[in-house]
Design a protein around this ligand. Structure first.
Ligand code: PMV
Length: 316
């Protein structure tokens, strides 16, 4: 059969309210509801071709087959096909460093493979397929603001990117080396060993519901403290795992403290972090230059990118 190809561009999904922990490991179902924004300006570009065997190349290196097997097996089952795929994927930001590269990576894979099999493939089914690779990827198959409910099979877009055009996300890349512990290992360690895990699961739904309402109202001063509580509670399950997991670097803490000082001086700058040392600061366009200047002074070695709510997958 003739080889068919498609090239897809996706952007990562940054959780404002975090998914952390699985309610079903085999099905990769999230134990908490998450609210996220798809980030403009950060891209994964993936070319997918039908092939004799599944082969995944990420940033020029062959990726371990076992990481992708559950995704491909589920995709074939979902679409009733025996097709295999060869993948070549590149991102314009560091992979596996806490910048949600797995979200844009698996979203591109799910979107591209599904569209090769069925040009009319539905977004919810694509989202469900992406989830099998990485739960955060279920959200990255849409642009704007998205949710993935706890135990949810697929994510949904709740607001278009145009809903909050003034929103900015400053991405502070403190360190671009690959993390030593994958998020799936860290969240499993938290589930099994952290005394705070149950409390995290119990409290995160309320944070999520309030945050969705604040996002709908475009109220950063309400959303910010909820975001902060979500990421700090998530990290508290990591700090109290056995053995503990520390993704933070000294620069991460310098940036967290800088945000605290900015807020004391009347600038709404709310940080969040994921499974890595990078800090993402959510703010409004009118404050970006002052906030950026302050952050640069406080963490001189850090690279900064400015993002805003972005698009879902695009076929190139
Ligand atoms: O989807 P995964 O397995 O890469 O886990 C993502 C976990 C966080 O980024 C920390 C939170 C989230 O909701 O994206």
């Amino acid at each position: 059969m003739a080889t068919r190809s498609i090239t897809v561009q996706t952007s990562p999904s940054l959780a404002l309210i975090k998914y952390w922990g699985k309610s079903d490991i085999g099905k990769n179902l999230p134990a908490t509801s998450s609210l996220a924004v798809t980030l403009d300006g950060l891209f994964t570009e993936t070319t997918i071709s039908t092939s004799e065997t599944d082969l995944v190349i990420v940033d020029g290196k062959q990726a371990p087959q076992e990481r992708y097997a559950p995704f491909f097996n589920n995709l074939r089952k979902q679409y009733g096909t025996h097709s295999k795929f060869s993948i070549d994927s590149r991102s314009n930001f560091p992979a596996s460093a806490g910048l949600a590269s797995s979200s844009s990576g698996f979203a591109a894979l799910a979107y591209g493979c599904a569209k090769l099999i069925d040009p009319n493939a539905e977004e919810t089914v694509i989202s469900e397929c992406a989830r099998l690779g990485s739960a955060s990827a279920a959200r990255a198959v849409y642009g704007g603001f998205t949710i993935l409910p706890r135990n949810g099979a697929y994510a949904q877009q709740i607001l278009e990117k145009s809903h909050w055009p003034e929103l900015r996300i400053i991405i502070a890349i403190t360190k671009s080396s690959e993390k030593k512990i994958a998020s799936r290992e860290a969240m499993e360690a938290a589930r099994k060993t952290s005394p705070y895990y149950a409390e995290w699961i119990a409290q995160s739904e309320e944070l999520f519901l309030h945050a969705v309402a604040a996002c709908k109202k475009r109220d950063l001063d309400v959303l910010g403290p909820l975001m902060r509580q979500s990421y700090l509670m998530m990290f508290s399950t990591m700090f109290t795992s056995t053995p503990p997991v520390f993704y933070w670097e000294p620069e991460s803490i310098a940036l967290i403290k800088a945000c605290e000082d900015l807020r004391e001086n009347g600038y709404s700058a709310w940080e969040t972090m994921d499974a890595g040392p990078q800090v993402k600061i959510v703010c409004l366009e009118r404050n970006v230059s002052h906030i950026l200047e302050t952050l640069k002074k406080r963490s001189p070695g850090t690279t900064f990118m400015i993002s805003q709510p972005g698009n879902g997958p695009l076929i190139r």
